[in-house]
Design a protein around this ligand. Sequence first.
Ligand code: PMP
Length: 432
Amino acid sequence: MDAQLRQGFLEFRAFVNPLVALRAQLVGEPYLLDQVVDGRLVDAEGMAYTDLLSGWGTQAFGHRSPAVEAALIAYLQGASPSIYPSGISPFAGLLAARLEQRCGYDAAFFASGGSEAVEAALKLARGATGKPRIACIKGAYHGCTFGSVAMMQAGPYRDIFGPHLPQVDALPAGDMDALERALADPQLAAIVIEPIQVEAGVRVPDPAYLERLCGGTGPDGILLIADEIQTGMGRTGHFLDSGAWPRQPDAVTLGKALGGGAMPLSAMLTRRPIFDRVYGQLALAEVHASTFGGNSLACVAGLAALELLDDAMIDEVARKGHLLRAALDEHVAPSPLVGAIRGKGLLLGIALQAPDHPCYQFDYLGAPELAAQPAIGMMLVHRLYKAGFIAQICGHAWQVLRLQPPYTTPDAELAACARAIGEALDYLWDLQ
Ligand code: PMP
C-alpha cells in the first residue's frame, strides 16, 4: 500500500474520528482498503472483499465504474467551467431534462448530500402550502441536518440534539388511524416517507397504507414527499420505487448512486406548479440555494449514471434481486437465528433473533457500553468480513443485516454471499 495513503488512515484516527477507527478495529472491519480489482475491494494484505453494502448505497454501478470515470475524464480534458457564476449550468440543465424523461418530474433542485435534498423538500412543503406541520414515519432516517434530524427515529441519532425543528411529528408506521388523523389536520403541509425504511430494518410499507397515503394527499392539499435516497436509482427494480405507487408523490429526493459513485450529488424533484408556488417570483427565485449544487463535475457523473441506468439494467436489478432472495431462502432462512427476510429488488434485510444466551450480548463481547443493543447483527457482520464480504446492520435496528449490493455484482457472488451468510449463522448458532 502506498505509504502516504497508509499514513492517511493513521491521520484519520488522529484528526477525524478516533472512535470510528476504533469501532472498525473492534469488529474486524477491513478498512485498510487499497484498491478496486474487478469490482471487489482489496485490502493492504491482498484480501478481496465483495461489497454487499454498495458503499452505503453510493456504488450501485460498482466501485470505480469505468463509464462514470470516462465521462469525468472527458469533462476534465475539456475547458468548460466547473461553476457558472450565473448559476445557469448546461450540465445541470441536461441532467434535469434526463431526470424528467426518466420519471416525469419537471422541476429539479440539485445539491450534494441527501440530507440537503430532504431540506429542500421540507422548505418546498412549507413554502408551497403556507402550512407549518410536517409528518414523518416513526423509524425514519432522512439524514443528519436539523430538518432531517427532526424526523429521525428517537435514539442516539436524535436525542442529544434537541430542541428540534418545531411542528414535526412522527406517525407510527402502518397505523391507519394515525394516518387518518394526520390527513384531517388543516395545518399539515406534507407527509414524508421512505418507500422502504432501510435504517429501521428494511421495512416495506403495507400497500393499503400507501394507497390511502396517495389518495389522501395531493398537489393542492397535503404534499406527499418520498425520500428515495436509498430506494431510488433502480435499487428496488424500478427507477423510483414510488413509480409503482397508485399516485406519484408531489416531490421525491434522490442521492447516493445519483453521482455515479464518484461525486456527491443529490436532487429534490417536484412539478413546476408546486415549485413555482414557492420560487415563482423573481425576488424569490433563488432564496433556496446551494453553492456547489449542480456543479459541472457532479452533474457529468449524474448524466453518466443515468446513461448506465437504462431499462435493461433496472430489469437486471429485479432479476438479481429474485436470485439473491431465492439463495437466501435456501441457505439463510432455515437458520433458527433468522426471523424474517424482507425487502425488494437488491435491497434486502435479514432480521435476526438471538437466543437469550450471554454469548450474544455486547457485555460478554467486551463492549458493555453497547449492552442495550442486540449484538447478533454485528457478530454476523464480523464473520462475513472473515469470509470476504462487507455487509452492515441497520442504523436503528442492529438485529437486521442489510444487503444492498452493486447492480454489477456477478450472480455467482450473490449466490456465494447467501452461502457465506448461512455458514456464518451456523457458526454463531453453535457458540451457545
Ligand atoms: N434519506 C435517506 C432515506 C437516507 O438513507 C440517507 C442516508 N443514509 C439520507 C436521507 C441522508 O443522505 P446523506 O447522508 O447523503 O445526507
